[in-house]
Design a binder for this molecule. Structure first.
Ligand code: CU
Length: 179
């Protein structure tokens, strides 16, 4: 059997090929393939973003602060995605974010719109970003022994509080950490 289209005669097999090439099937297949590539590329990123508990936190520390590095390790162990910026002007950072100098420690961090000052335990940060109070953030003023990053070989521990810092600069106890 032959089909005559215009001046050309086409065999059925050729006709089938013609029809297939005009249908959207090849482009659908191509799109499916490209979609597959996109999914393949996106998968690792999505996997990262969806890993439960992996929360980005930006830490600011001075160049020579060893206990700051200890706190960064504590955060990483607690499955925070930690970025570290070395700076010599932590005071300006605190001032710009409403953290009073009376509550200062050796390093600062920004997480989820909150300001974190000092050796704040990761569990306190997690509770803060889960509860989302209207506040500047948290501070552990000074550098209490036994707080994360301030461990000693002898296991010395100070009793200390993690303070919730409100927008007017006042504080209330967020967590008590007993020695
Ligand atoms: Cu410190």
């Amino acid at each position: 059997m032959t089909i005559v289209i215009g001046a050309f005669s086409i065999h059925p097999l050729q006709q089938l090929i013609e029809i297939l090439s005009m249908t959207p099937l090849p482009s659908l297949a191509r799109r499916a393939f490209l979609g597959g590539v996109a999914v393949t590329l996106a998968a690792p990123i999505a996997a990262c973003a969806r890993t439960p508990g992996l929360k980005a936190i930006a830490v600011y520390k001075t160049p020579t602060c060893a206990c700051c590095d200890g706190w960064v390790r504590h955060l990483r162990d607690a499955r925070f995605d930690v970025g570290v910026t070395v700076t010599t002007d932590l005071r300006a950072l605190r001032t710009n974010h409403g953290m009073p100098e009376t509550l200062a420690s050796c390093h600062s961090a920004l997480v989820d719109g909150y300001f974190i000052e000092g050796h704040v335990p990761a569990d306190d940060i997690r509770r803060l970003i889960a509860q989302r109070p209207d506040a500047v953030g948290l501070s552990v003023p000074g550098m209490p022994l036994g707080s994360p990053g301030m461990e000693t070989p002898g296991g010395d521990r100070d009793r200390y509080d993690t303070l919730l810092v409100l927008r007017d600069g006042t504080t209330r106890v967020f967590t008590r950490h007993n020695a």
